[in-house]
Write a protein that binds this ligand. Sequence first.
Ligand SMILES: [Zn+2]
Length: 65
Amino acid sequence: MPIDPPLLDILACPDTHHAPLDYDADAETLTCTECARVFEVRDGILVLLLDEARGAGTGAGKEDR
Ligand SMILES: [Zn+2]
């Protein structure tokens, strides 16, 4: 489910800097322009949680490779 451009305008990173997010339509992710965290869209719902974000090196996630 695509995200409406008007919605993207008001979306911001949940971190303290509240930077704008960059939407990647192919990957269905939003990347913070400030901290580079990657937020996923799951079942059409944007998961704007720092704990669920990918990319930023803080905190021990479940990174298996
Ligand atoms: Zn951020």
